[in-house]
Design a protein around this ligand. Sequence first.
Ligand code: TXA
Ligand code: MG
Length: 513
Amino acid sequence: MGKRFRAEKYRPAIFLDRDGTLIEDVGTLGCVEDIQLFSDTVEALLKLQKQFLLFVITNQSGISEGQLTLEQAGRVNQHLNDKLRRAGVVIEEWYVCPHRREDDCFCIKPKPGFVLKAQRDYGLDLNTSFVIGDHPHDALTANAQGVFGIYLLTGHGGKHLPELAMDRLVFHRISDAAEWIQNNPGRDADLQRQIEAGAQTIRDGGVVAFPTETVYGLGADVFQPNAVERVFKIKGRPHYNPLIAHVFETKQLTQLVTHVPDTARRLIEAFWPGPLTIVLPKRKEVPDIVTGGHDTVAVRMPAHPIARELIRLCGTPVAAPSANRFTCTSPTTVRHVREQLGDRCDMMIDGGACRVGVESTVISLTGPVPVVLRPGGVPIEDIERLLGTVETLSSPAEKKRGKVQSPGTMPNHYAPATPLVVFKEIPPDYENRSDVGVLLFQPCERRFAGVVEVLSSSGSPREAAANFFAALCRLDSLGLREIVAKYAPARGLGNAINNRLSKAEKGRISHDE
Ligand code: TXA
Ligand code: MG
């Protein structure tokens, strides 16, 4: 495998993990028949190789464990290399680490060792290079060498996500990562410039789409009613549905709410920054347009580092609904925002995929008891562990009270353009329908003729939530007759997923405002 650029100095490189990044992770891979290239791998690598030398670094611990020989691993790599070469992709070198990640080895927890070897052999500039992988190890270990780690949710990425530091960018697919790299070759410096430009735009009365850990938000300065008005226009959202005011630090609450009750303090302590929105009595200075004329305001401190830096630089609370058209699916990537809002907002900050994947839990503390108005990123069980039993909009006591406290909790919401039906168990007649997309919570034995999206290979509600809207959008883009989904188990984030599924089933409604 040739050293094309040996004579050239200081070329940037991309170090690619193999299993779960370029191809499906099928466990120990010893025979070429089991290679399954992801559908977007070639397209992504063709794009990247215009600016970068490509290397593959693969951990094959099966070799040291005796399940695989070095020759078998070599044959698989050779086969994959040839396949990519035929598609026009050149991989400069394949590095194989035969050890278990936990063990010390000459490859030195292989990324740094092989990265430094490639740097010497090819005259690379590691300060303009990237690692792409689906294990926290991939995204982090070459950091000390100056390489920028990017994390994918493919392969084992979903399962290991909770181990990944919050400041790492994550992407659903390698093609999304390739697009980000192309647009941000300057890495953190480019991202920081985007955030600064976004903050300037909001201070100047503009509207900016930005990532949070739940979904992308569409932000404007809480205290500039004209800017907030544009948010409603861009979304096509009715004015009776109020917005969440996002803060960077609890000190900013004094600009928004009259007081912070003890229950709120306990919730804040436990769950902020994070996916919990708290509805509290508002100060009169908060413009009516933000709160739909109500005397309460919803507040949240997001955990996403980009959202936090943006709000900090704005120097003002940021009013932001999710960055989708009213009643449509929520955006968990910048691509989703672009597809729904086009160029209607002034700027979009691409911060990769949202890790939680469903909106924040909304809890109202304005009545006699706490009421969860919307299940979301903080599981209700976690809140109840702290506060004891809370009511939900569907709980008998709350129904009896008969007062709809959240104007935005309407039945139709989150809907794809393709009609969607949800079942506890998908009826057998869907198995032969090639014109139906199937959304499953976890892998199952049944075979479907249509396209299947599985939300979590390990059956984790958290992983399923992170994939939920992206998977729904992928099915929605296929021009199918129908999408059929199976409810998630009603625990943890499964409740938030099921809430979105049953609302999505009711379809979209149009709103001309
Ligand atoms: O995760 C999230 O919460 C995302 C990100 C961007 O932070 N934002 C989001 O905003 O989902 P939005 O506007 O799509 O949903 C806000 C929810 C709506 O159901 C709305 O009715 C409710 O919060 N809400 C806002 N202000 C309220 C208030 N004063 N009283 C009751 N409910 C309120
Ligand atoms: Mg991997």
